[in-house]
Design a protein around this ligand. Structure first.
Ligand code: SF4
Ligand code: SF4
Length: 798
C-alpha cells in the first residue's frame, strides 16, 4: 500500500484534488455549492502545482455553465484531458453539450456537488434533482456517500472514463458532503500515476481533431441512419460496469478501500432492505448497524454506479431472504409513477417475489436521521404504501410517514459539539481550525458541518463538530450534544440552543453579564434544562478580552481556547499547545504582533472563563425574551416567519406552504433579529440633517423623516426631534431613527456621518432598549413618509 497522508478536507477539495491530477484543462463557472472546486483548481494552478503530466492545469473561466461545457467539448475534441465542476441549474445549462460529449464518446469527468433545482423557489442546498435531469445524456453516473468516497470514486471515474470512452458524472451531496470537513486519507499523485494506463490516454489523443488526421464532426444525419448510429454505442455502455469494478479493485490494492458497484450492508438474512445513494447511505448504515445489533433482520444497498445500471451486479448483492424493499430517492419527479432510482430498482427486482415501494427524503438538505431510517423499516412492516415521504409533515396528501421511535447510534467515545455563531464573525473559520488541530495532530477522527442560513454574512451559523476514535461519518445534525457554545449573547431566549444538550453536558456562553448574574439572565426554559440535566455552565466576556489584546471584535481565538479548556476533547495542556502552534503557523506571515495578540487571547481566556454556580431550584428571576413578532402579526408571520426565525421551519406542515412559491411582500420587516451588541445613537444637537447615514445603511436600519408638528401628538417621551432645516413654511420637525433590532452593527453610518462633531455614536443595545428606542421606532414607523417640503425628490433628502 502507498504511504498514507491524513488530511482534513471537504468534499469539494476531495473531488478537485483528484480532478487536478488527471486534467490538462478545467473550464469553470461558479455556482454554489460547487464553486470551491473551480476556485481550488485555479489557486493550485496559479501556485504552479503540476498535474500527473507534469504541468499546471490550464483554467478557463467562461461566461456561464453552458459556455464551460462548450469549452470542455472543444477541449476534449482537441485531445486535452479536461474537466469541469457544477451544480443545480448550472448542470442543466450543460446538458446540450453533455449529449454531444457522450454522443462523441469523449472521456471526461464532470464533478457535481448535487443541489436542488430552482422550482417553486430557489434553494442552494443539496439533493439529486439536478443529477437526475441528466439521466439520458449518456454520462455514467457515479454517486459518493461522503468525503473519502468522493475522493476515491473520483479516482475510479477518471480511470474508467479513459478505458470505457464513456464520460462520467461524479456526484456527491451539495453542502452535506461538498462542505463537510472530514479527516480522510489523501490519494497521492504518485498513486494516480501507478493506476493510469497510458494506452487509453494515447487512444483518446489519437481520436482528437488535428490537421494531419482530419475528420468531419457535428455532422447531420437523416431518418435513414440516425437511429442505427445511436445503437452503435450499446457495447461500450455494456462494458462500463465491469470496467468500473476493475478499477475499484485495482485502486483498492493501493488505497486499501474496496468498493463495489452496489454495496450491501446489514444482516445476511435480511427480510427488509432500503436502497439509496449519496450521503443518506451512511445514515442508513449507522441505523442498520444499530438495528441488527438488537436482532432486527434489516439491510441496505448503497448504489455507487447508478448509470449504466447493472441489473446483474445489483441482484448479486440482494439477499435471497428479502421480502420487502423501500427505495429512497432524494429528488422529486412530479407526476411520475415513482422517482428515478425506484423505477430502476423496481424493474430490476420485477422477476422476484418482492414488494418494492418508493419514497422521498432529504430534499434541499432536509435532515435525514437514523430515526427516519427506522421509520422507513417500520413503514415496510406496517402500511407499506408506495410514494411516501419521510422527514416532513405532509398534512395535505398524507404521504409522510411517522417516526415512532428515536434511535441513538453515536458510539460512547464520540464527542458531539454545537457552536452558535454569527455569519462572518469568524466562528466557522475558528471551528475549521479546531477540526484541523484535532484531526491532523491526533489519532482521532473529526467531522465538521456548518449550517448556514441563506443570509450567509450576518446570518446565524450553527457548527456541528464530532470527534472520536470511532468513525464520525455521520451525515446528520447532532441531537445529543456534549458541548454547546453560544458566541452571540443575543441568541439567548431566541433559539432553542439547549434542547439538544445531553445530561451532564457543558454550556459555554459569551456574555458581558457578570458570572453571578448569568443564570438569572437565561430564560426559564434554559434555567430548567440546566438544572434538570445537570449542565455545567461557563461564561466568558470574549469581546472584552479580544478588545484588550487588540483583536477588536474578533472573539474566535478566545472562544476556541475556552472550548479546548473545558470540552475535554483533548487534555488541556496538549490542546493549548496545539492551538498556539496553529496560531503561529497561520499568522506568522502577518507578523509577530498578530501571533502575540492571539497567544495573549489564549492566555487571557483562562483568566476570563468562569464556571457559574447552578442553584438547585429555579430562581425567582429569569429573562423574558422580547416577542419576535408584533401582537397583531398576520397568519403568514405567525405560521411561517416565526418558525423560520427560530429554527423551527422543519416543523411547518405542507398545508401552510404556498403551492406556487409566492409570498406576501414586505416580510423582511417582520424579522426583528436583534443581533447587534451595540447600535448607533443619534446625537441630535450635532446633526446637520444631511441624510447620508440613512442613504448609506446597507440594511435600511437608520432612517430620516420630516414630521408635521401635529403628528407628534402621542409621541413617546424619549422621541427627540429637531427643527427641520429645509425651506418650508410648516414649522416641520426632523428626526433620525435607528431601528435597533434591525441594525447589524456594521458601523457604515458612523463612518459616513459628515458632521464636524459626529452625530452618531455607539451605545450598547440594552441601553437603547431601556431608553425606549423600540417604542420610538414604532411611533416613527407610523408617521407619514411623504413630508418632503423643501426636500426635492432628486436630492438625498428627498
Ligand atoms: S451600524 Fe450599520 S446596520 Fe446599523 S444602522 Fe448603521 S449602517 Fe445600518
Ligand atoms: S449622517 Fe450624521 S449629520 Fe447626516 S443626518 Fe445622519 S446623523 Fe445627521
Amino acid at each position: 500500500m502507498a504511504k498514507i497522508k491524513n488530511t482534513v478536507i471537504d468534499g469539494n477539495t476531495a473531488a478537485a484534488h483528484v480532478a487536478y491530477a488527471f486534467s490538462e484543462v478545467a473550464a469553470i463557472y461558479p455556482i454554489t455549492p460547487s464553486s470551491p472546486m473551480g476556485e481550488y483548481t485555479d489557486a493550485w494552478a496559479s501556485m504552479g502545482l503540476k498535474n500527473v503530466f507534469g504541468k499546471p492545469v490550464d483554467v478557463i473561466e467562461m461566461q456561464s455553465e453552458a459556455g464551460a461545457a462548450g469549452a470542455v467539448h472543444g477541449s476534449l475534441s482537441g485531445g486535452a484531458m479536461t474537466t469541469t465542476y457544477t451544480a443545480s441549474q448550472g448542470l442543466l445549462l450543460m446538458i446540450p453539450n453533455m449529449h454531444k460529449i457522450a454522443g462523441e464518446m469523449l472521456p471526461t469527468v464532470f464533478h457535481v456537488s448535487a443541489r436542488s433545482l430552482a422550482v417553486q423557489s430557489l434553494s442552494i442546498f443539496g439533493d439529486h434533482s439536478d443529477v437526475m435531469s441528466t439521466r439520458n445524456t449518456g454520462f455514467a453516473l457515479m454517486a459518493a456517500t461522503g468525503v473519502q468516497e468522493t475522493m476515491d470514486l473520483a479516482l475510479v471515474s477518471h480511470l474508467a472514463t479513459l478505458k470505457a470512452q464513456v464520460p462520467f458524472l461524479n456526484f456527491f451531496d451539495g453542502f452535506r458532503t461538498s462542505h463537510e470537513l472530514q479527516k480522510v486519507e489523501e490519494i497521492s499523485f504518485d498513486t494516480v500515476k501507478k493506476l493510469i494506463e497510458p494506452e487509453y490516454i494515447e487512444r483518446f489523443r489519437d481520436r482528437a481533431m488535428r490537421p494531419e488526421k482530419p475528420v468531419v464532426k457535428v455532422a447531420a444525419q437523416n431518418p435513414d441512419v440516425y437511429f442505427q448510429g445511436r445503437e452503435t454505442v450499446n457495447k461500450y455502455y455494456d462494458a462500463v460496469p465491469a470496467i468500473v469494478q476493475e478499477y475499484m479493485d485495482k485502486a483498492a490494492k493501493l488505497i486499501g478501500r474496496q468498493y463495489k458497484l452496489f454495496d450491501y450492508v446489514g444482516d445476511a438474512q435480511a427480510e427488509k432492505i432500503i436502497i439509496a445513494m449519496g450521503s443518506g447511505c451512511d445514515t442508513i448504515e449507522h441505523a442498520v448497524n444499530a438495528l441488527t445489533k438488537r436482532g432486527e433482520k434489516v439491510g441496505a444497498v448503497k448504489v455507487r454506479l447508478y448509470r449504466p445500471f447493472s441489473v446483474k451486479h445489483f441482484l448479486d448483492v440482494i439477499p435471497n431472504t428479502v421480502k420487502k424493499v423501500a427505495v429512497l430517492d432524494r429528488t422529486k419527479e412530479p407526476g411520475a409513477i415513482g422517482e428515478p432510482l425506484y423505477m430502476d430498482a423496481a424493474l430490476a427486482l420485477a422477476p422476484k417475489n418482492i414488494t418494492v415501494i418508493g419514497g422521498r427524503y432529504g430534499l434541499s438538505s432536509k435532515g435525514f436521521t437514523p430515526s427516519m431510517v427506522k421509520a422507513v423499516y417500520d413503514h415496510l412492516d406496517g402500511k407499506c404504501s408506495h410514494n411516501f415521504t419521510v422527514g416532513i409533515n405532509d398534512d395535505v396528501s398524507n404521504l409522510s410517514i411517522p417516526i415512532k421511535e428515536h434511535i441513538h447510534v453515536t458510539p460512547d467515545d464520540v464527542v458531539n459539539c454545537i457552536f452558535w455563531g454569527f455569519g462572518s464573525d469568524g466562528t466557522v473559520g475558528a471551528k475549521k481550525n479546531t477540526i484541523k488541530i484535532i484531526g491532523e495532530n491526533t489519532d482521532m477522527n473529526a467531522q465538521g458541518y456548518f449550517l448556514y442560513d441563506s443570509k450567509k454574512s450576518g446570518g446565524v451559523t450553527v457548527t456541528h463538530l464530532r470527534f472520536g476514535k470511532s468513525s464520525v461519518n455521520m451525515p446528520w445534525l447532532i441531537d445529543d450534544a456534549d458541548f454547546v457554545a453560544c458566541h452571540k449573547p443575543a441568541y439567548i431566549g431566541r433559539y432553542d440552543m439547549l434542547g439538544r444538550i445531553k445530561p451532564g453536558g457543558t454550556f459555554l456562553l459569551n456574555t458581558r453579564v457578570e458570572p453571578d448574574k448569568a443564570f438569572i439572565c437565561l430564560t426559564r426554559e434554559e434555567q430548567k434544562i440546566i438544572i434538570d440535566r445537570k449542565i455545567k455552565f461557563y461564561v466568558i466576556d470574549a469581546l472584552k478580552i479580544a478588545r484588550e489584546v487588540g483583536l477588536g471584535s474578533r472573539i474566535n481565538t478566545v472562544m476556541k481556547a475556552c472550548f479546548f479548556k473545558i470540552s475535554g476533547v483533548l487534555p488541556e495542556k496538549v490542546a493549548i499547545g496545539l492551538v498556539k502552534d496553529f496560531i503561529k503557523k497561520s499568522f506568522s506571515n502577518k507578523g509577530e504582533d498578530i501571533v502575540k495578540m492571539n497567544w495573549n487571547a489564549v492566555d487571557k481566556s483562562g483568566e476570563g472563563l468562569h464556571k457559574v454556580e447552578i442553584p438547585t431550584t429555579l430562581p425567582k428571576e429569569a429573562l423574558i425574551a422580547p416577542p419576535l413578532l408584533p401582537k397583531d402579526a398576520n397568519a403568514f408571520a405567525r405560521d411561517i416567519v416565526l418558525p423560520i426565525m427560530t429554527f423551527k421551519g422543519d416543523d411547518i406542515p405542507v398545508s401552510k406552504m404556498s403551492f406556487d412559491g409566492t409570498l406576501p411582500i414586505g416580510t423582511t420587516r417582520l424579522e426583528k433579529r436583534g443581533i447587534a451588541p451595540r447600535v448607533p445613537k443619534w446625537i441630535s444637537e450635532n446633526c446637520i440633517q444631511c441624510n447620508q447615514c440613512a442613504q448609506s445603511c446597507p440594511h435600511a436600519a437608520i432612517r430620516a423623516k420630516q414630521i408635521a408638528p401635529g403628528n407628534l401628538d402621542g409621541a413617546p417621551e424619549s422621541f427627540t426631534t429637531l427643527k427641520s432645516n429645509t425651506k418650508n413654511d410648516k414649522d416641520l420637525q426632523y428626526k433620525i431613527q435607528v431601528y435597533i433590532e434591525d441594525c447589524q452593527a456594521c458601523g457604515v453610518c458612523l463612518v459616513t456621518c459628515p458632521a464636524k462633531n459626529k452625530a452618531l455614536e455607539w451605545s450598547p443595545v440594552e441601553t437603547e432598549r431601556e431608553a425606549g428606542e423600540n417604542a420610538n421606532e414604532a411611533f416613527f414607523s407610523s408617521l407619514p413618509e411623504d413630508v418632503l417640503d423643501g426636500a426635492p425628490e432628486t436630492s438625498v433628502k428627498g
